[in-house]
Design a protein around this ligand. Structure first.
Ligand SMILES: NC(=O)c1ccc[n+]([C@@H]2O[C@H](COP(=O)([O-])OP(=O)(O)OC[C@H]3O[C@@H](n4cnc5c(N)ncnc54)[C@H](O)[C@@H]3O)[C@@H](O)[C@H]2O)c1
Length: 312
């Protein structure tokens, strides 16, 4: 199969590309290497694939519909995994227009091409943030998601809705996958697991929002990749799936694991909760388990060990 992966040089995307190549698929990687975090990190994420003839890289912006169309014409992909996005909750409050453009218009660009080039299956990277601010979980795919509390979350909800529209109008097979706080090697430097690892290692202060009791359903990246590939292979119709660890942990516990792995004590400073941040994320995995045979395997204790080892 020939799979077009947008955002293929990013954290999750680079792992997805590796997994597709490992099983013999041809990967068309589309990424604009923007500077949300150091573009050199993205080069590092994928450079081991540059010599692989099954890996083709296009350094383009998904907002450039003409160039995107040329790639679809030239490569004729069978399926699309659409991961490119402006990620991050807090920066979306500062720059909502950029998030809207990339995450909504960019997604629309890809759906249009998926329609035109009769793509067999379209995977959309959505997010647990669509569930909004709740006191307890687990969060099920059938829950109402009408109250996103950040522009980022709202763009992901909008993306899911556009996906449904293209399924309804044109019969496009689309699976929307709601990822829950993904961590692991090549992790995003703006997210707590890698950010805290670096700061604790360097003996620098870490800022903890609130009192550190907010909980996240941390999901190890290899589990996410398995879920993405299962969705890619089984995709039929329109469905939404949670991909999470289904075992939420307090931020304070994450920090204690990092301390243990590094053998260093964290210098914590507790500051106000941040706008847009939710109290808890907690995935209900029943549907994913039933239809995708998805079962998160990597426990947080093991996953943080892997992350710290990679960081070293
Ligand atoms: N990491 C998580 O915990 C998490 C949770 C929920 C959802 N997601 C979603 O998963 C996807 C991947 O996230 P990630 O954590 O790997 O982030 P990432 O920032 O590492 O990867 C995104 C990639 O998309 C590329 N990109 C961004 N805008 C682009 C554009 N206009 N044109 C072309 N390429 C562009 C970036 O350069 C980057 O390489 C995103 O859609 C994100 O919203 C991630």
């Amino acid at each position: 199969m020939k799979i077009l992966v947008t955002g293929g040089a990013g954290f999750i995307g680079s792992h997805v590309c590796d997994a597709l190549l490992a099983r013999g698929d041809i990967v068309i990687c589309v990424d604009n290497f923007n500077d949300y975090y150091d573009p050199k990190t993205k080069e590092e994420n994928i450079k081991h694939n540059f010599s692989n003839s099954n890996f083709r890289l296009f350094r383009i912006d998904i907002l450039n519909q003409e160039r995107l169309k040329e790639i679809f014409q030239q490569e004729r992909p069978d399926k699309v995994i659409h991961l490119a996005a402006r990620a991050g909750v807090r920066p979306s409050i500062k720059d909502p227009h950029l998030y809207y453009d990339v995450n909504v218009k960019g997604t629309l660009n890809l759906l249009e091409l998926a329609k035109e080039f009769k793509i067999k299956n379209f995977i959309f990277a959505s997010s647990s943030s669509v569930y909004g601010n709740r006191e307890k979980g687990p969060f099920s795919e059938t829950d109402c998601v009408d109250f996103p509390i950040s522009p980022y979350a709202a763009t992901k909800k909008a993306g899911e809705e556009l996906c449904y529209t293209y399924h309804h109008l044109y019969g496009l097979n689309v699976f929307c996958l709601r990822f829950f706080t993904v961590y692991g090697p090549r992790g995003r430097p703006d997210m707590a697991p890698l950010k805290f690892t670096k700061l604790v290692d360097k003996g620098q202060e870490i800022e903890v929002y609130g009192d550190g009791t907010s909980r996240r359903d941390y999901t190890y990246v290899s589990d996410i990749v398995k879920g993405v590939l299962a969705a890619l292979d089984r995709g039929f119709g329109y469905e939404i799936f949670n991909l999470g660890g289904s075992n939420p942990m307090e931020v304070n516990y994450l920090i204690s694991l990092i301390e243990k792995e590094l053998g260093k004590e964290a210098k914590k400073r507790y500051i106000d909760k941040q706008q847009g941040d939710v109290e808890i994320t907690f995935a209900d995995m029943e549907k994913s388990e039933k239809f995708l045979s998805y079962k998160p395997e990597v426990k947080i204790e093991e996953g943080v060990g892997e992350l710290v080892e990679w960081y070293r």
